[in-house]
Ligand binder design. Sequence first.
Ligand code: AMP
Length: 385
Amino acid sequence: MTQPLLPGATLGMLGGGQLGRMFAQAARRMGYRVAVLTTEADSPAAQVADASTVAAYDDREAVTAFTRGVAAVTLEFENVPAAMAEAAASVAPVRPSGRLLEVAQNRLLEKEAVAGLGLPVGRFHPVVEEADLAAAAAAIPGGAILKTAESGYDGKGQRRLADASELEAAWSSLGRVPCILEELVPFVREISVVGARGVDGEVALFAPFENQHARQILDLTLWPAAVSEETAAAAERIARGVLEGLGVVGVLCVELFVLEDGSLLVNELAPRPHNSGHLTLEAAVSSQFEQQVRAVCGLPLGSPERRVGGAAMANLLGDLWADGEPDWAAALAVPGVSLHLYGKAEARPGRKMGHLTATGATRDEAEQRVQAARSALQRLTVPHA
Ligand code: AMP
């Protein structure tokens, strides 16, 4: 077996957002140094890293030079060009691999890869060129969602269709770029499974998280998910199947729809820690970020077990700042609540600025606490300057 990268080594992070920030915090706690490559100075990750480079992700020279200074490279942003990850891989290990990025960057390749592993996905059809419209409409005649194959997230680049008669107009409104048409899945819940896979093939999975979205952006995560043991076990089998089938080294999230009868369909993959896993920082023995450090370094994975009865996470979007600074003290007066702010200077509507996590004896108690804390934020005490 290859030797693990031990504390003291410098780990390279492609991406400067909050996921990179929380990775850097976990890595530094364990004694690693962290270097960040990101397109913006003073990014959330750079603020807590040992070193940062500002460069475009497709700047081959910059990515290669950055990689020469680190022992391994990981990422927090799957839209790093796969070719750059491959270029970096000739200098140092890149975990996850450029090949995985290629799949995760494209919704069509991703759905085909998941289906190809024999795992359940909803009906879908490519809409890449004009000639695909008729076949796509015939395959999915009813309610559907048209999504751009590349560079969509949090509901961006998506159009809902009442039926196939709206397909051509929807495709035009998305700029007639390559798209995937998905049937509208009548799910009763959304869950996610975050897992890690080590260099030696060891897999550790967090039990499913339950996710609620608002305006197609994750709003609330609850742990454990309110699903049967069978459904939870099936979700974990699917996540294991993806991690093993795609040969992931690192952390990956599988988002799933739960249907009325408890069966599951994969919605999408994220080859990195995920917003729904943030509550593992307080609620699991080893957080998703610590698992990423361990997997990237070739160390044994930590325990994904819950260490509290229940946990809940509420996202804090820029909208919260609309009328002034949120009342942090009021939120922190709620027992069991932790505050995470990502160090972003500008609070734009819809922008993820931070999150609150609450733990409790039960999931319900944790949910009540996190909701109470988030509501308390809006009791303004400091007017806008
Ligand atoms: P996505 O960007 O694919 O994660 O989609 C964002 C959200 O839109 C999901 O979390 C779901 O709430 C909803 N959504 C996406 N795809 C579908 C689908 N095929 N059927 C029903 N709802 C969907």
